[in-house]
Write a protein that binds this ligand. Structure first.
Ligand SMILES: C[S@@+](CC[C@H](N)C(=O)[O-])C[C@H]1O[C@@H](n2cnc3c(N)ncnc32)[C@H](O)[C@@H]1O
Length: 274
């Protein structure tokens, strides 16, 4: 009798058993830092605490959840067009809130270009989500509507990235807990400014989750964004640039700045005051 040809049954790979939204939250997001920035900056600009926050392109609603956890007087509205991502947020994030926190949070399955909400103190649109508006007219329409949705002294919070590496077709890896986060800029097209990017994840068992998330964006530059914000009527636009620590690494502290540096890759925040 020949040798058994049976193969040892192998379990599913780490890529097959991992949840892409959880991996995204672990590798890309830091709602605590974002809420710290929004809360402290709003107080500095307006001399009062903000209460009602709208998180546009909220995805799994991490920022909304952190917002209502912060203070009993905080309320949050999360807006996203994709019912599946909102459902994931409800199951995995909202489920950890207390009844009082839950009562102060609403998720709206709507298009940010059409949604109507009561006047809010702050709107945040983070992780460059507004870059999916690839032409000037559509981005301008979004920014105008965001301004109209703010209370009299409301503030819009955005982020942006750039630097000479942002125009290159490259891959960057970063170790996160027990997996690797891979950011791929697959295609940059200089005439339209179009940028196709992907997030992949790699695991210690050599399995990979390819294109867990893909983005079809325009790589907007800060002067373009600032001009558009001013054109739609925001009274003051501020860019917040990151400092350096003693090891020459970004220090995570964003300060108002008139001038930045020509780094390979930078991330900044912007505020636009109604
Ligand atoms: C890059 S994710 C951002 C997730 C989260 N805000 C963050 O900071 O990581 C972009 C989200 O925008 C949502 N989205 C895309 N177009 C939209 C639109 N027109 N209105 C509302 N949400 C939209 C997608 O469903 C997706 O969840």
């Amino acid at each position: 009798m020949g040798k058994s040809t049976k193969k040892r049954a192998r379990g599913p790979s780490l890529a097959e058993t991992s949840d892409r939204h959880r991996l995204y939250e672990l590798s890309v997001q830091c709602p605590e830092a974002e809420v710290d920035f929004v809360d402290e900056t709003f107080r500095r600009l307006r001399g009062r605490k903000p209460h009602l926050l709208r998180e546009d392109f909220c995805g799994t609603a991490g920022v909304c959840c952190e917002w209502v956890r912060r203070r009993r007087s905080n309320w949050a509205l999360g807006v996203d067009i994709d019912p599946r991502v909102l459902d994931w947020g409800r199951t995995h994030n909202l489920s950890g809130l207390t009844p009082s926190q839950l009562q102060r949070l609403s998720l709206l399955r709507q298009d940010v270009l059409k949604v109507r909400t009561e006047p809010v103190d702050a709107i945040c649109a983070m992780n460059f989500s507004y870059w999916l508006f690839k032409d000037r007219a559509r981005l301008k329409r979004y920014l105008r509507r965001a301004r109209e949705a703010l209370a009299e002294d409301g503030v819009l919070f955005l982020d942006a990235y750039g630097g000479y590496d942002s125009f290159r077709e490259i891959e960057e890896e970063r170790e996160v807990d027990d997996f690797t986060y891979i950011w791929e800029q697959e295609r940059y097209e200089p005439i339209s400014g179009g940028l196709i990017c992907h997030i992949h994840f790699a695991f210690p068992d050599s399995s990979r989750m390819e294109r867990a998330f893909s983005y079809d964006w325009r790589l907007w530059t800060l002067p373009e964004i600032r001009d558009l914000l001013e054109e739609v009527g925001f009274t003051r636009v501020t860019v917040y640039w990151q400092g350096w620590d003693e090891d020459g690494e970004p220090d995570g502290i964003f300060r108002p700045a008139e001038e930045g540096e020509a780094d390979a890759g930078w991330i900044c925040y912007l505020t636009a005051e109604r």
